[in-house]
Design a protein around this ligand. Structure first.
Ligand code: ATP
Ligand code: SKM
Length: 296
């Protein structure tokens, strides 16, 4: 509740009208654009013991927390290896000058981890975090997404979503977790392309497992199927994904959990930590920004 109030107060105050100047490093930096680079970095990381590597870390990044809304500071604690924390910090330092304050939009299916990964990215980049669904709820006097769908219908919700994205497109230094269906309207892409957009591509089986674990009450588009909880969630997600996969591909870059698992030699995408996914997101953002500037 408190964090929602803070978001409401800060949102209008963070609307800027013009873009900050870009300061892209010059010179002959020879940096890899691939995820395997992280493994090389591990050589230089001193990790005292396996026990320490596996302890729960609260993801404390050296930046001014005073500037960050409280909503970003209560992210769930997943078990994160210390080495991943260090790689994350190092990668964020590399990405920051290329970003020049541009917002990051995370797109992807419901349950793909946009909020979880988005909060990590916002902390490490010293950006503020916003969830577009939460901003819509605020616009409708704190009405939940499920109730907005129920009482006003999906078109009303989508109009609010477009309005929220329009306002966000005039801001800087935000990581934004967008609603799962925000990609469908072309006008929304006009706004999201003011920043850098990343598609979190998670296999539907993994999405269905995650969502079944937490329930579908807050996700109105998953209420219609019949059957056991996993199967009906899986069926509905599969058809939504089929309808939307092309729209997600409008994003500037894609983070594929299957690719990360393959690179790290892991069999199951469910074993990937949100931090490992955030590292890959930074890697992909860097690749996109460098290609935009003709670096690689
Ligand atoms: N890498 C991960 N491994 C395991 N569980 C995860 C991972 N990332 C997120 N989750 C879990 O999956 C669920 C959905 O995550 P999250 O809320 O971040 O997704 P989202 O894309 O923001 O969803 P929505 O669009 O529906 O709001 C949460 O319960 C979260 O804890
Ligand atoms: O996938 C979707 O269309 C949605 C996803 C949620 O984030 C909410 O934006 C809403 O429930 C619709």
């Amino acid at each position: 509740m408190e964090s929602k109030a803070i978001q409401r107060l800060q949102f209008p105050a963070m609307v800027y009208s013009d873009k900050g100047g870009r300061t892209v490093p010059s010179g002959s930096l020879n940096m890899s654009c691939g995820f395997m680079e992280h493994k090389k970095l591990r050589v230089f990381v001193s990790v005292p013991s396996v026990k320490i590597q596996q302890r729960k870390l609260p993801l404390k990044i050296a930046c001014s927390y005073n500037k960050v809304p409280a909503s970003t500071l209560k992210s769930e604690s997943f078990k994160t290896p210390l080495s991943e924390e260090l790689i994350l910090k190092s990668k964020s330092k590399e990405v920051e000058p290329y970003l020049s304050g541009r917002c990051i939009y995370l797109v992807g299916m419901m349950g793909s981890g946009k909020t979880t990964v988005g909060k990590i990215l916002s902390q490490v980049l010293c950006y503020s975090f916003f969830d577009s669904d939460t901003l819509i709820e605020e616009e409708v006097d704190g009405t939940s997404v499920a109730d907005i769908f129920k009482h006003y219908g999906e078109t009303f919700f989508r109009d609010k979503e477009t309005e929220v994205l329009r306002k966000l497109s005039m801001t800087h230094r935000h990581v934004i977790s967008t609603g799962g269906g925000a990609v469908v309207r072309p006008i929304n892409w006009k706004y999201m392309h003011k920043g850098v957009s990343i598609w979190l591509d998670v296999p539907v089986e993994a999405l269905a497992q995650r969502i079944t674990a937490v329930g579908t009450n807050s996700r109105p588009l998953l209420h219609s199927e019949v059957g056991d909880a996993y199967t009906k969630t899986f069926m509905r997600l599969s058809s939504l994904f089929e309808e939307r996969s092309q729209a997600y591909a409008n994003a500037n870059a894609k983070v594929s959990l299957e690719n990360i698992a393959a690179k790290l030699g892991q069999k199951d995408v469910s074993d990937l930590t949100p931090t490992a996914i955030a590292i890959e997101a930074l890697e992909q953002i860097l690749g996109f920004l460098k290609s935009e500037d003709g670096y690689c």
